[in-house]
Ligand binder design. Structure first.
Ligand code: AMP
Length: 285
């Protein structure tokens, strides 16, 4: 595969964009892994796409003051190697000053009510930061298609809402979560986990699987099956500290009640040691 072209400024992108045809963009924070590869494979499959582009940017706006911005894994050389293997044509990896030349931006995108629940409640300002940077990436790179993982289900729902509410152009594609063989959803943050922490972390995917198996019993059975598994996790060593467990509508992330029928998302977030993990599964009720 030819090496992807590396761009770090908007000026460089603008120069080549019109020759790139229809572009599928995969926005990432780098530290590329099998989950990102699944997105790249999906982008490549699109017959109407001429080139796949990746952005690599650890966006300070979406990290809280006590979060892992400084220790977030960064390895652009390795990311470029993955992109080369996956047939990516261009990588956009801007510096923080390129993206935010005046420092903390004054004008930002507000995620609204859906941005204040679940992930947004645990991480105030997170979705404002995500939607602001996604809007900027769409403006700079003008993709025709943008690919996001279902691993971050609330983020995917919020990006869809962003595109509709602000009349943005790209078509949004969601890609199912890629898991390790032990069931753990693959994430750049998994590198923080010790062996014992990783063992505890498996409770998340186990809880989601148990819930899925219980779906014929309806909302309360799904809920109970997941809770049971997570309760056991709370007594593991190190313990799993549950942040939230929610059964929600996939578009609005509003809680679904007893008697709901249709597709729901069971979303979970927990801390193991100092690492915060999220996972979810779609359940047809
Ligand atoms: P990140 O680099 O963590 O911001 O993720 C970039 C994109 O990759 C987001 O759309 C994520 O939802 C997606 N992603 C991350 N991990 C996975 C995974 N295990 N399976 C599928 N998509 C993923």
């Amino acid at each position: 595969m030819p090496q992807p072209r590396l761009f770090t400024t908007r000026a460089e992108v603008t120069h080549v964009r019109s020759d790139a045809g229809r572009v599928a963009l995969v926005p990432t924070m780098g530290a590329l892994h099998e989950g990102h590869r699944a997105l790249l494979a999906r982008a490549r499959q699109r017959p109407d796409v001429d080139s796949v582009w990746v952005s690599v940017f650890v966006n300070p706006l979406q990290f809280g003051p006590n979060e892992d911005f400084d220790r977030y894994p960064r390895d652009l050389e390795a990311d470029l190697a993955v992109c080369e293997q996956e047939g990516v044509s261009a990588v956009y990896a801007p510096s923080t000053t390129e993206m935010y030349p005046l420092g903390q931006p004054m004008v930002t995108v507000r995620a609204g009510a859906m941005g204040d629940i679940l992930e947004g409640a645990s991480r105030p300002g997170f979705f404002d930061g995500v939607l602001t940077v996604v809007t900027k990436l769409f403006t700079i790179l003008t993709p025709d298609v943008a690919v996001f993982g279902e691993k971050d289900a609330q983020q995917l729902a919020m990006v869809r809402r962003l595109v509709t509410d602000l009349s943005l152009s790209p078509e949004i594609l969601g890609v199912p979560t890629r898991r390790a063989t032990d069931g753990l959803a693959i994430s750049s943050r998994n590198v923080y986990l010790s062996a014992a922490e990783r063992h505890t972390s498996l409770r998340l995917s186990q809880a989601l699987r148990a819930a899925e198996t219980a779906r014929s019993g309806g909302v309360s059975a799904v809920w109970e099956a997941a809770r049971k598994e997570l309760d056991v996790g709370a007594s593991d060593a190190p313990p799993l500290r549950l942040d939230y467990l929610a059964l929600v509508d996939p578009d609005t992330f509003a809680d679904v009640g007893e008697g709901y029928s249709g597709t729901a998302v069971l979303a979970v977030a927990a801390r193991v040691g100092t690492t915060r993990l999220i996972d979810n599964v779609r359940i047809i009720l």
